[in-house]
Design a binder for this molecule. Structure first.
Ligand code: PEP
Length: 258
């Protein structure tokens, strides 16, 4: 059984400028070599700048969304092939802000992930419950329902898929799931994936939601947490680099893959 890759992925959201990106990308490009896979997901207009700034480095360029269609009358949308032309290798699908503000359903998210895979991109499928859903005791059912339309592609393409668990109540709020809370949901997600197919145990499952340099190591040391999807802290080079370093140094408290 292959061990899941460790990832740290920055989500810049709708932040940045040519000037501020240049400083951030230069700092991230200079990160020490490690086995942790690193990507920066930028707004579409900056993908050309990112391609030039990260070219030849081991930091990957990512996008924050993609259209499920190949081409055609979809005003304002961006296709997988367009992303590929700008050197993009990773794409977030189903981020909670897109589910919330753009009405994206889990079926649409699965269609986007399928299109990304077909184009050779790595989709990062984001799932997570709201505070009301957690308080009602529905967190696991919600996450299972969000993953369900992706079941077929999770089996057929698990080597190229990443899942990110991002409790909505922890995104951008400063409230983080405790390492034990996060681990409990990650173990549940891992069980869901392996119930679909045993080989899906090699899918990386990342945690996202107010990860900071100060809490990254405790989260990433959990048995089923394979790294992080980082919003706010990815905009500050020193914090993002410290989180990458925490992912490289976190010692797993299990021998799951030995
Ligand atoms: C995110 O946007 O995916 C995220 C996790 O944001 P933050 O780290 O700011 O909570």
């Amino acid at each position: 059984m292959n061990k899941p890759d460790r990832w740290v992925i920055g989500n810049c959201k709708m932040n940045g400028s040519l000037a501020s990106n240049a400083d951030l990308l230069e700092a991230v490009r200079g990160k020490p070599a490690s086995s942790v896979k690193v990507a920066v997901c930028s707004p579409f207009p900056y993908l050309n700048q990112v391609q030039r700034a990260l070219g030849g480095s081991d930091v990957q360029s990512g996008a924050q969304d993609v259209c499920e269609h190949v081409s055609g009358p979809y005003t304002g949308q961006v296709s997988c092939a367009m992303l590929r032309e700008f050197g993009t290798t990773v794409v977030l699908v189903g981020h909670s802000e897109r589910r919330q503000f753009n009405g994206e359903t889990s079926e649409l998210v699965a269609a986007k992930a399928t299109a990304a895979l077909a184009a050779g991109l790595t989709p990062v499928i984001c799932v997570g419950e709201t505070l009301a859903q957690r308080e009602a005791g529905h967190a696991k059912a919600i996450v299972a329902a969000q993953l369900s339309p992706c079941a077929a592609l999770l089996v057929s393409s698990c080597a190229n898929v990443v899942v990110a668990y991002e409790p909505v109540w922890a995104i951008g709020t400063g409230k983080t799931a405790s390492p034990a809370e996060a681990q409990a949901m990650h173990a549940f997600i891992r069980a869901q994936l392996t119930a679909i197919d045993r080989s899906a145990a090699s899918i990386s499952v990342l945690y996202g939601g107010s990860v900071k340099a100060s809490n990254a190591k405790a989260l990433f040391s959990q048995r089923d947490i394979d790294g992080g999807l980082i919003g706010g802290a990815s905009l500050v080079a020193a914090d993002f680099l410290a989180i990458i370093s925490a992912a490289g140094g976190a010692v797993k408290n299990s021998m799951r893959y030995v």
